[in-house]
Ligand binder design. Structure first.
Ligand code: FDA
Length: 312
């Protein structure tokens, strides 16, 4: 319950213009901004430098050019063009060719057909350079459209794409079966958005139990699933089930967010697991940042301490 309340509060803060202006002023200051713990930087060059450092530690990455909920076709086209340039820069840099994208950044809330056109432009350029592209899952009002878009792309023949399912949503057991049946690659997460009780489990034990159930199904019936969590209990449950069912370590991966539980990232890699770090970058970092605070209100203390240091 507390979990769900803090997600609601931080979702409301995320809409505050004043907070956003304050955060923009201090959050990404070069080298010391408090948001830099979670955001690799505002430019692709900064993200590439972070990715190189991570890959130097034996891990791999997925890059997310931040942005969501754009409200005009022009903004969606701009984001698409930005992604086309990013694909060139990442390919030239020689780091992992793996992107995570959000459909509302590419125009889903403007018009679904426009967003599909934009995604296809992006995917065509990505495929030409050997990229894998994961479509992140946003709030539950977009779940069906996101899955429909994914299946449309799949039916056209795009295969180097993946989807995300959220354990907190009641519908995810059925969605997991469907994605497994077509052979889609699923990233399983707990779910970052505050959702109503009608569509989502509200209590942590319920969400955790659902995560474990879905993880088991994905390990035995899924295609190259990714388990994206920092929760040691979830990670241990995945490891135990994989060992019990003889699923080799190269058949699935763990994913963690940049700036969170580096210790677990290192332990998993040392144990021979594939580990991918999600590296977000770009100027539109505020909503992503607020979700990270909402997941762990203790992070606010970290931000405040940082701000006090800034003012000294
Ligand atoms: P939980 O919240 O129970 O936290 C377990 C432990 O992890 C905490 O005790 C703490 O140690 C650490 N931790 C978790 N969050 C932290 C934070 N913000 N700061 C510091 N420590 C923290 N969601 C979504 O809805 N759609 C998506 O597409 C994605 N994509 C995605 C990709 C990747 C690679 C990851 C790791 C996560 C996502 N998520 C996501 C977010 C996900 O839904 C979830 O909100 C967070 O991962 C937090 O949940 P945990 O599984 O870590 O467990």
């Amino acid at each position: 319950m507390l979990d769900s309340l803090s997600k609601t509060a931080f979702a409301a803060f995320a809409r505050s213009g004043t907070l956003k202006r304050l955060a923009s002023r201090y959050g990404m200051r070069h080298g010391r901004g408090f948001a830099r713990r979670f955001i690799a930087g505002e430019t692709v060059d900064e993200a590439i430098a972070v990715a190189r450092e991570i890959e130097g530690r034996g891990l791999t990455v997925t890059l997310d050019y931040l942005g969501e909920s754009v409200s005009t076709a022009a903004r969606a086209a701009e984001a698409t063009r930005a992604y086309l340039a990013i694909i060139q820069q990442v390919a030239a840099a020689g780091i992992s060719r793996n992107l995570s994208i959000k459909l509302t950044q590419l125009g889903l809330e403007v018009d679904r057909a426009t967003s599909i056109d934009n995604v296809r432009r992006l995917l065509d350029a990505a495929a030409a350079s050997g990229f894998f592209v994961r479509i992140d899952m946003e709030r539950s009002t977009h779940t069906q459209e996101t899955l429909d878009t994914f299946e449309t792309l799949w039916s056209i023949g795009y295969r180097e794409i993946g989807i995300v399912l959220q354990a907190n949503l009641r519908r995810s057991a059925a969605d997991t079966r469907r994605m497994n049946a077509i052979g889609a690659r699923v990233r399983l997460v707990k779910g970052a958005y505050h959702e109503a009780a009608g569509v989502a489990f509200q209590l942590k034990p319920e969400v955790d139990a659902a995560f474990v159930d879905l993880a088991r199904t994905l390990l035995t019936e899924g295609t190259a699933p990714a388990f994206a969590t920092h929760d040691p209990v979830m990670i241990a449950a995945v490891q135990a089930h994989a060992a019990e069912r003889g699923v080799a370590k190269d058949r699935f991966e763990f994913q963690l967010l940049y700036g969170i539980r580096r210790d677990i990232q290192a332990q998993l890699a040392a144990a021979g697991h594939l580990v991918r770090v999600y590296v977000p970058f770009g100027q539109q970092w505020f909503p992503y940042f607020m979700r990270r605070l909402g997941e762990r209100p203790a992070n606010v203390g970290f931000v405040v301490r940082n701000l006090i240091r800034e003012e000294r």
